[in-house]
Design a protein. Structure first.
Length: 346
């Protein structure tokens, strides 16, 4: 049973109305299961909460169920150009992609997976590559690219926790304490990768994302903890970036706990060609994108040697934003592009 345009839109609005912050995806996942079951698909929730609907593995359509936090009142409004626009957390990142993938899957018979945890640790996609018996022939990963664009590359990520401890001394003394040691290390890391002459996608960028410092519980030490993320472009690996960061370490230790390799796909794969043809068939001028963030595309590309792109409706400038919104006509065009791409690949 094929999903109508009205059913595809109803699915999207329902998914956006159901909060699904990372770790709390179950209600949203069950709505997705109900949609797939209604249209005759075999579907279940796996051990980590992914929605699995296997079928024709000529292409696997997949996107993530979880969102970042943020309460944006869900509503549909008409903008100045006369378009209906859906407002709400996750409308762009990435429930527009998720609903479009599910709709295309029931219309074409393509395999589908809705994954959890993309915004925090990609535990859903990692579980898929660890447990899936068959490797699909191609993958389309759902992330906002605009209906007429698709992403061929993402930077990877290296995440770590710096921990430093020093003996407590009077603050008038010139010797560094643990807080200063942490700051010195991070300044060295930033300097090592500072090259603004290179495009952002092609360079390592460094970002501290958390810091705690002060007296230890025993009152005899100063302690510093810093959470850091380094984005890793193609041409580097997480190991080469880690080696440079470690070479800056004079005091303290770093636990590197999150590693995702970068990905850069060829524009000449069957998937990329299918997207160019499908977008042109609908009057679009295909845009091939490189994204500075990291996504589940990296996880799939690292595990499976198959062609892969990321695609989905919406402007990625609204990712995680307080005014996140998706024009519904763009969603409809993206569904049609995905159906066309899936038919070509299947």
């Amino acid at each position: 049973m094929s999903a109508s345009t009205a059913q595809a839109r109803e699915l999207l609005v329902d998914l956006v109305r159901i909060p699904s912050v990372s770790g709390e995806e179950t209600r949203c996942a069950r709505r997705l299961v109900a949609f797939l079951e209604r249209h005759g698909r075999e579907v279940w929730l796996d051990e980590v909460g992914n929605v699995r609907a296997p079928a024709d593995d000529g292409v696997l359509l997949t996107s993530h169920i979880d969102t970042v936090p943020g309460d944006i009142p869900v509503r549909v409004e008409t903008d100045d150009t006369g378009r209906d626009v859906l407002w709400g957390r996750g409308s762009v990142d990435a429930k527009g992609s998720l609903a479009a993938m599910a709709t295309a899957a029931v219309r074409t018979g393509a395999s589908f997976v809705g994954v959890v945890g993309e915004e925090v640790d990609s535990r859903g996609s990692r579980h898929v590559v660890e447990t899936r018996e068959a490797v699909p022939s191609a993958v389309v990963n759902g992330e906002p690219s605009g209906w007429d664009g698709f992403a061929l590359g993402y930077r990877g990520i290296l995440g770590g926790t710096y921990l430093g401890v020093s003996e407590l001394e009077h603050s008038s003394r010139p010797e560094n304490n643990a807080i200063q040691d942490a700051m010195d290390w991070w300044r060295c890391v930033e300097t090592a990768f500072d090259d603004e002459s290179v495009a952002v996608f092609e360079r390592v960028t460094c970002k501290p994302v958390g810091f705690e410092g002060g007296f230890g519980e025993n009152g005899l030490t100063v302690e510093a903890t810093m959470e850091v993320q380094l984005r890793v472009p193609p041409g580097y690996t997480t190991d080469t970036v880690r080696e440079t960061a470690d070479s800056c370490l004079q005091k303290g230790t770093v636990n590197w706990h999150d590693r995702v390799e970068p990905v850069m796909e060829s524009p000449r794969t069957p998937v990329a060609r299918a997207f160019r043809a499908a977008i042109r068939a609908r009057g679009g001028d295909p845009r091939m994108l490189r994204k500075t963030g990291t996504s589940d595309m990296n996880v799939f590309a690292d595990a499976w040697d198959v062609p892969i792109v990321s695609y989905g409706p919406g402007n990625s400038e609204f990712d995680h934003a307080p005014d996140e919104r998706l024009p519904l006509p763009e969603y409809g065009r993206a569904v049609n592009v995905l159906v066309d791409v899936s038919d070509r690949l299947l």
